[in-house]
Design a binder for this molecule. Structure first.
Ligand code: GLU
Length: 377
């Protein structure tokens, strides 16, 4: 049964592969040429089969640091950005060299968080990626580390790759790193740890497997992978987490072999615009709602009316994306608001018919219309 389900990867038309720095570079900051060549050969082969392939690659900062003779990863922002400027060029040079040996054209795409959070830039990025795919090019994508400072960075490429997979409507996201997949415990510490082959749904138990702070897997690694798999799942994309070192790993995944961990997509895929609201748009504030409103939204997909609102946080204008939280402070939805924070503050808790009396105008009954709302994030 499991085998059958994975066999659908065989017919995946569009695939995003993400590779981490430790898989393509040595701790010396020099590139692992064998690994990169094997990666490029597999991707070129999938491309030759007529599939659309996108590569999200890390390694710019580490490689640049190596070339600049720095010991370890640079700490200051300017040093990281300088390292990335040097390293991204080296990285692209090597990818370009190997891809051209296989007769495949690669195109560098460097993205920042704002390319996702600004709707216009988001649509531009989507058009660019689609145009590259139409030209038969393999986009080689990284975060634009030379211009993005820490505060405004996505910071890691697991999330970036999941956003890209949603952006281009991929069927499959393959996250390659130095681990076999998601395990029941941290393998080096617990010899009884075993690989979880399938994750039908990302539950709190699955999230807890990311490990506590300080564990090898917990230091961002597994947590960001699970969070990326969640974004992908809500975007209708399957994610396979697998080990970059394993021979022909991508081809094995595509042929449906039982390798790594697969996270299956949710039944209720968010439509494209709602994916953007849920995962890409910048959140400008918070609206608190009571239990009744939370249930109406979550169980019946209703719009948010002023009567269910108990509070508002942050300052935002009409058209901003806001987070909607229930009485227990848990985020239940994100949506685009039809009223500003100052207006919501005045009309919170009142009936819709009172909006115009209080504000002197009423353009909408709903504060956040259900068409502008993404639930079950
Ligand atoms: N963009 C960073 C780089 O190329 C890496 C981010 C990550 O490790 O996920 O160095």
């Amino acid at each position: 049964m499991t085998e059958n389900k994975r066999s659908r990867f065989n017919i995946a038309r569009r695939i995003v592969v993400k590779v981490g720095s430790s898989s393509i570079a040595y701790p010396t900051g020099k590139l692992n040429l064998f690994q990169i060549e094997s990666l490029v050969r597999q991707l070129s082969n999938l491309h030759n089969q007529g599939r659309d392939v996108l590569l999200v690659t890390s390694g710019a900062i580490g490689t640049g640091a190596g070339r600049l003779g720095l010991s370890g990863r640079p700490r200051t922002i300017p040093a990281k950005q300088a390292a990335a400027a040097v390293g991204q060029g080296i990285l692209m040079h090597i990818y370009e060299k190997f891809f051209s040996e296989y007769g495949v054209t690669a195109g560098q795409v460097l993205l920042t968080r704002e390319d996702f959070s600004d709707r216009r830039r988001f649509l531009n990025a989507r058009n660019t990626l689609h145009a590259l795919l139409q030209f038969g090019v393999i986009p080689v994508i990284n975060e634009n580390d030379t211009v993005a400072v820490d505060e405004i960075k996505l910071g890691e490429n697991d999330t970036l790759s999941a956003l890209v997979a949603g952006l281009v409507d991929a069927e499959l996201l393959v996250l390659l790193s130095d681990i076999q997949g998601l395990c029941t415990a941290d393998p080096p510490r617990d010899p009884g740890a075993c690989l979880i082959q399938e994750v039908p749904e990302i539950t709190p138990e699955i999230e807890s497997l990311a490990g506590g702070a300080g564990s090898k897997l917990g230091s961002g690694g597994m947590a960001t992978k699970i969070s990326a798999a969640r974004i992908a799942a809500h975007s209708g994309v399957s994610t396979v987490l697998a080990c970059a070192d394993e021979k022909d790993i991508i081809l094995k995944v595509i042929s449906g072999e039982q390798v790594g961990t697969v996270f299956w997509p949710c039944g209720n895929k968010l439509e494209n615009r709602k994916q953007w609201i849920a995962y890409s748009a910048a959140v400008c504030g918070k609206i608190r709602v009571d239990e009744g409103a939370a249930a109406a939204m979550l169980k019946h997909g209703k719009s948010l009316l002023p009567s269910g609102i108990t509070g508002v946080e942050g300052q935002f204008e009409i058209g901003s994306t806001v987070s909607i939280v229930g009485p227990d402070n848990q985020e239940i939805a994100r949506g685009i608001t039809s009223y500003s924070s100052a207006e919501i503050d005045q009309i919170k808790g009142v009936q819709t018919r009172e909006i115009s009396r209080i504000l002197g105008h009423k353009d909408y009954d709903e504060i956040v219309h259900r068409n502008n709302m993404a639930l079950n994030l």
